[in-house]
Design a protein around this ligand. Structure first.
Ligand code: 13P
Length: 333
């Protein structure tokens, strides 16, 4: 198989007009916070049981075509000794892997951040591929403030995302490009629209410079919403602003847009995706790659108890199904 046809096959399996992606790739610190919120200690064993439960949820494969794993999970097996990535693949959920190594301040750009992990990325990807990973994810984070992101922040983050995506494609791994503009703050929806648009322009400019094939990548952006300290906007308004900005900045060659949930409630994230799909006529598939908005109800049902696993799986599959309906514009609150 040529590199291109390998990437094309992965895109075809991920993008089928019906299903989204489950983000289950929380880093050590983040999963510890999520577990603490339901009174569970984060250990190798508790992370394995929880994520193993998620991936083996019956019928999840009807609504989810891919799962993003953390490196640790890619190396873990279930109680029968079957690799978790294989359990996912058995229900037609492609395993993917988060490959960035977290973020820190960007020197020279006060308030902006930059993500680490480019060194040795090609070699790491070859290893992940052997363990079953077919796609990857890299997140750049853009705090939104009166002075941020700065011009330097925009340029540096876009450059890193493009370098990551180019390495992935060279290794036959489909890159998910995730520029996350944070919801934190008291900014208006208009400001969020303007900033997201600038971020996407800079990212696609960099992807072009680095020769990334747009047909063989996926975009994982934020939705355009007011800051989290402001009143929530109606789904119709979020959808209109988001689609307008995406149309201005994202080439039609990109096959699918998989939104992150970024602190929206599960219900909000579904209602907004539904409104986006009801607008119609977008040149890309509009789908989901939610972490919190898919997992929150499952985590709350589980609370670390073996006997609650079924309920947790039911809660996850329910949210996945509702988001599948939102992709079709058929979700009703
Ligand atoms: P949220 O949907 O919780 O924002 O997570 C998605 C993700 O993968 C962030 O990198």
């Amino acid at each position: 198989m040529t590199l291109q046809s390998e990437l094309q096959a992965t895109i075809a399996e991920l993008v089928d007009g019906q299903r989204g992606i489950l983000a289950a790739d929380e880093s050590g610190g983040t999963i510890a916070k999520r577990f603490a919120s339901v009174g569970v200690e984060s250990t190798e064993q508790s992370r394995r049981s929880y994520r193993s439960a998620l991936l083996t949820s019956e019928e999840l494969g009807e609504y989810v075509s891919g799962v993003i794993l953390f490196e640790e999970t890619l190396g873990q097996c279930d109680d029968q000794g079957i690799p978790l990535a294989q359990r996912a693949a058995a229900q037609k959920i492609l395993p993917g892997i988060k490959v960035d190594r977290g973020k820190g301040p960007l020197p020279g750009a006060l308030g902006d951040t930059i993500t680490f992990g480019l060194d040795g990325l090609g070699e790491r990807l070859r290893g992940y591929k052997k363990l079953g990973a077919r796609f990857a994810k890299w997140r750049e984070v853009y705090p939104l403030g009166p002075e941020n992101p700065t011009e330097l922040g925009l340029h540096a983050n876009a450059e890193v995302l493009a370098r990551y995506a180019a390495v992935c494609q060279r290794e036959g791994v489909v890159p998910i490009v995730e520029p996350e503009v944070l919801m934190d703050g008291n900014h208006s929806i208009e400001r969020s629209a303007a900033v997201n648009e600038r971020v996407w322009h800079s990212v696609f400019h960099a992807l072009h410079r680095h020769g990334v094939i747009l047909e063989l990548m996926l975009l994982k952006p934020s939705m355009v919403t007011p800051g989290s300290e402001c009143a929530r906007a109606e789904p119709q308004q979020v959808a209109e602003y988001t689609l307008r900005s995406l149309r201005r900045a994202v080439p039609a060659a990109v096959p699918s847009i998989h939104f992150l949930s970024g602190g929206q409630s599960p219900e909000e994230a579904t209602a907004n995706l539904n409104a986006l799909n009801r607008l119609g006529n977008a040149p890309w598939q509009l789908s989901f790659s939610y972490g919190r908005a898919l997992q929150q109800p499952a985590l709350a049902a589980w609370r670390g108890r073996e006997e609650h696993i079924c309920a947790a799986q039911g809660a996850l599959v329910r949210r996945a199904r509702l988001n599948h309906l939102a992709m079709l514009g058929q979700y009703r609150d």
